[in-house]
Design a protein around this ligand. Structure first.
Ligand code: FEO
Length: 386
C-alpha cells in the first residue's frame, strides 16, 4: 500500500488473535500498522506485535530495495507496536531509535536497554530532517499511554497518529469505521478524554490531509468526520439521540420488564431504543452504546443484598472509563427485598455530571400492574428528557 510516492505501508493483519489486550473480542481481527518513509534518510514508523516480526521485516526489506533504514520512530510502547523493536535494532545496527523520554524508560523495562549510543530522545516540537520530508514530533501523553507522541510530516501533510483514530479489525476486512473505532476508543482510550482534547488542539494547528494510525485504515478523505467524532467522544458529548437499556436477567422476569420498558418507550415516541443483555452481548459494545447515547437505563436483579455481579462488572467498566454527562435510570428486580437500584446508584454517583431519573421501576419477582405502572412513569420521564 502506498500512502505517498515515498511513504509505504508495511503493517500486518492479525486473524489469529482471540482477545485484543486480553479482553476485547475482535471478530474481524486486528491490524498493527507500520510505515516507512523513503527519503535521503529512511525512517520506519513503529514496529508490530510479537508474532509478526518476520512478516514485518519481510515487508520492510521489500520496501527498502537493498537500502538500510536510518531511523526507527517509536510513537507508542504498548507491545502491540513495540514488540519487534529489538528485532529491528539487532538487524540494523547503524539505525538510530527515536522516542520520548517516557518511551526510553519503558524500553528499559521491556528490553533492559535504552539503546544508549544509538538513540535520540525528542521533546514536543522537535524535528527530524530526512531530506524532502521533515518530521515534527508532537507529544500526546495518555493517548493512550504517557509516552505517546504523534509525528507530522509537513511535506506529505501526513499525521502519524499512534493509537488515535484507530479501530478494531484487520485491513483485509471491509467494515464501517465508526462502529469499531468507537468501541476501540471507549474501551481503550475513553478514560483520557482531556488528554485527547489537548492532542486534538495541537493537530488542529496542522494542515493534515492523511491520517496514518497504528490500527485501522489510512484515512485520507472526509477527515472532518473522523476528527469530529474524536472531538465528540473526548468531550463525552452525546453523539446520537436515544435510550440504552443494559440489563441482566436470571429467570427472564427482568428481561420481560426491560422488553416492556422498550415497548413503552417506543410507543411514547422514542425512536431509538438500544437493548443489550450484558451476560450474552459484548460488554465493550454495550459500553460504546452507553457513551454514544444520552440516556442509560440499568436493569438488574437484587443479588446477595446488592446487585447482580455481571451488572457490577459493567458499572465498574463505566466508572473506570470516566462515564459522565448522562441521564441514568434504574429498573430493579427483587422478590423479597429489592436493593439493586440503591447499590447501582451508589456506584454511579462516583461518575461526574450524572442526572439520575426521579423514577425508579421496581419489580417484585415478576411484572404486575403496579410494576407496569412504574415502568410507564419512568418511560414518560425519560421520553421527556430526550
Ligand atoms: Fe495499539 Fe495502545 O496500543
Amino acid at each position: 500500500m502506498q500512502i505517498a510516492d515515498d511513504i509505504l505501508y508495511i503493517g500486518v493483519n492479525d486473524h489469529q488473535l482471540d482477545l485484543f489486550e486480553g479482553q476485547f473480542i475482535v471478530p474481524n481481527g486486528m491490524a498493527y500498522n507500520s510505515y516507512v518513509i523513503l527519503d535521503d534518510k529512511i525512517a520506519v514508523m513503529d514496529s508490530v506485535e510479537a508474532h509478526f516480526g518476520d512478516e514485518w521485516i519481510g515487508k520492510l526489506e521489500e520496501a527498502l530495495g537493498g537500502r538500510a533504514p536510518d531511523y526507527l520512530v517509536v510513537q507508542h510502547m504498548e507491545p502491540d507496536h513495540s514488540a519487534n523493536i529489538t528485532t529491528f535494532m539487532d538487524r540494523y545496527p547503524e539505525a538510530t531509535i527515536i522516542g520520548t523520554v517516557g518511551a526510553f524508560n519503558m524500553m528499559q523495562n521491556y528490553f533492559g536497554t535504552k539503546f544508549e549510543g544509538r538513540s535520540r530522545v525528542v521533546k514536543d516540537g522537535e524535528t527530524l530532517d530526512l531530506g524532502t520530508h521533515t518530521l515534527t514530533f508532537i507529544t500526546a501523553p495518555l493517548v493512550h499511554w504517557p509516552e505517546v507522541m504523534f509525528t507530522y510530516d509537513a511535506a506529505a501533510k501526513v499525521l502519524f497518529s499512534a493509537d488515535a483514530f484507530g479501530k478494531f479489525g484487520a485491513l483485509d476486512v471491509d467494515e464501517d469505521w465508526d462502529c469499531e473505532a468507537r468501541r476501540y476508543y471507549f474501551g481503550i482510550v475513553g478514560k483520557f478524554g482531556a488528554s485527547v482534547q489537548k492532542a486534538l488542539a495541537k493537530v488542529e494547528q496542522l494542515d493534515v490531509q492523511t491520517i496514518c494510525s497504528l490500527h485501522g485504515p489510512v484515512l485520507s478523505e472526509n477527515l472532518e468526520h473522523y476528527i469530529g467524532q474524536y472531538k465528540t467522544w473526548s468531550a463525552y458529548d452525546v453523539e446520537t439521540k436515544g435510550i440504552v437499556i443494559a440489563y441482566t436477567s436470571v429467570y427472564g422476569h427482568t428481561k420481560e420488564a426491560v422488553e416492556y420498558l422498550a415497548q413503552v418507550l417506543g410507543e411514547k415516541g422514542c425512536e431509538r431504543v438500544v437493548v443489550t443483555d450484558l451476560a450474552r452481548d459484548d460488554q465493550a459494545e454495550a459500553a460504546e452504546d452507553a457513551f454514544r447515547h444520552g440516556i442509560l437505563v440499568l436493569a438488574t436483579t437484587t443479588y446477595n443484598g446488592g446487585y447482580f455481579p455481571i451488572m457490577h462488572n459493567f458499572v465498574q467498566h463505566l466508572v473506570d472509563h470516566a462515564f459522565q454527562k448522562r441521564t441514568v435510570a434504574f429498573l430493579e428486580n427483587g422478590t423479597w427485598m429489592p436493593a439493586a437500584a440503591k447499590g447501582m446508584r451508589a456506584d454511579m454517583e462516583t461518575c461526574a455530571e450524572i442526572e439520575f431519573a426521579e423514577h425508579t421501576a421496581t419489580v417484585m419477582g415478576s411484572l404486575d400492574d403496579d410494576s407496569r405502572a412504574q415502568i410507564e412513569a419512568l418511560a414518560d420521564e425519560l421520553v421527556a428528557k430526550l
